[in-house]
Design a protein around this ligand. Structure first.
Ligand SMILES: *Cc1c(COP(=O)(O)O)cnc(C)c1O
Length: 360
């Protein structure tokens, strides 16, 4: 069998969830959209459901998948419904639903739901992606309550730049939010992973500390480019690993792989790993991207191909055929691989495919 696989450490997932609760002092919706960022939504939900206050997903298809697997805890649809006829299913399966646009409000007003809904009312406090304009927020809130279709409204917004620890934008967004919601007494949810870890000052009790929405931190990857104290307590959940399937010795001056992008600067021992961009390993990872072979750090060399990539074994004489290779995990951080490949760990995890997920 091809040795490429992703090991998922569910104990680490639970640790990271607990950390989100501990550092925020809030209830936490575990964000498991996009198949739990590639980690397998059903298995992750099962591992967390005893602890978790609830889950958040992107759409009703993802929520129904969890309900069909027997997940009974609250599930929030982060973009609400895409078409009004989803409201019947939202009611039937007892889902919580974001409202980010006027058309969704109008659909709720017109709907025939008989069990009042739990709505998370999203404000655009400055990200300018989705959410109601601050000036219309109070009106929409009142209309939801007056509709007779809504039991509870949670006030919600989202930060655009919380991963930048020296950027004033998050505090500016908080000011906009607080001004626009003045006078409304309700639960509040603002913070994603970088805001949970990096912006404890946005979490005082009177300021938006009812619910947090951790995503990437659950999977043990830091959302920050630089070192950060709270993020250093995260435990990586996914280990993407494979094995060396071929070894060759090259003299100085020989190219490796497609395009001859790497040329040996000295006699070089090259190991070929069963892992490629068809597994989700980033094709743009350049020579020098860290990998670990039998627990020793070394580097990727040459271009990543569809099913294979090459690593430098010159300084690892004990390594050879069958040696275990960690592409990312507890030794090689996904965030390091991501920064070499000019992307973010979110995308590495979401792109994972073909390599089977194994739960440990
Ligand atoms: C995806 C998402 C989150 C989680 O973000 P992370 O950066 O992964 O913690 C939180 N809130 C909303 C609205 C989201 O869409």
């Amino acid at each position: 069998m091809r040795p490429a696989r992703a090991l998922i450490d569910l104990q680490a997932l639970r640790h990271n969830y607990q950390l989100a609760r501990e550092v925020s002092g809030a209830r936490a919706l575990a964000v498991i959209k996009a198949d739990a960022y590639g980690h397998g939504a059903v298995r992750c939900a099962q591992a967390l459901q005893e602890q978790a206050d609830g889950f958040a997903v992107a759409c009703i298809e993802e929520a129904l998948h969890l309900r069909e697997a027997g997940i009974g805890v609250p599930i929030l649809l982060l973009e609400g419904f895409f078409e009004a006829d989803e409201l019947a299913l939202i009611e039937q399966h007892n889902l919580w639903c974001v409202v980010h646009s006027l058309w969704q409000l109008e659909a709720i007003e017109r709907s025939r739901v008989s069990t009042p809904l739990t709505i998370w009312l999203k404000m655009d406090s400055g990200m300018h992606r989705v959410g109601l304009h601050p000036a219309e927020y109070q009106t929409v809130y009142q209309r939801l309550l007056a509709s007779g279709k809504v039991a509870k409204v949670v006030l919600m917004s989202h930060f655009a730049r919380a991963d930048e620890l020296d950027c004033p934008r998050s505090e500016e967004q908080l000011v906009v939010f607080q001004q626009a919601r003045q006078g409304i007494i309700a639960e509040v949810s603002l913070r994603n992973s970088p805001a949970v870890l990096g912006w404890p000052q946005l979490g005082y009790k009177e300021l938006a500390n009812d619910w947090v929405r951790p995503g990437i931190m659950l999977y043990g990857a830091t959302p920050f480019e630089q070192e950060q104290v709270a993020a250093s307590r995260l435990q990586p959940v996914m280990t993407l690993e494979s094995k060396i399937i071929s070894v060759r010795e090259l003299p100085t001056g020989e190219p490796v792989g497609y395009g001859g992008r790497f040329i040996s600067e000295r006699p070089t021992r090259v190991g070929v790993v069963a892992m490629g961009y068809a597994d989700g390993y980033p094709r743009h990872a350049p020579t020098g991207t860290p990998v670990a072979v039998d627990g020793h750090l070394t580097r990727l060399i040459g271009r990543v191909s569809m099913d294979m990539l090459s690593v430098d074994l010159s300084d690892l004489p004990a390594a050879g055929l069958g040696s275990r290779v960690e592409l990312w995990g507890k030794q090689v951080l996904a965030s390091d691989v991501a920064s070499h490949a000019a992307t973010i760990p979110y995308q590495l995890f979401c792109n994972l495919r073909r390599a089977p997920l194994l739960y440990v």
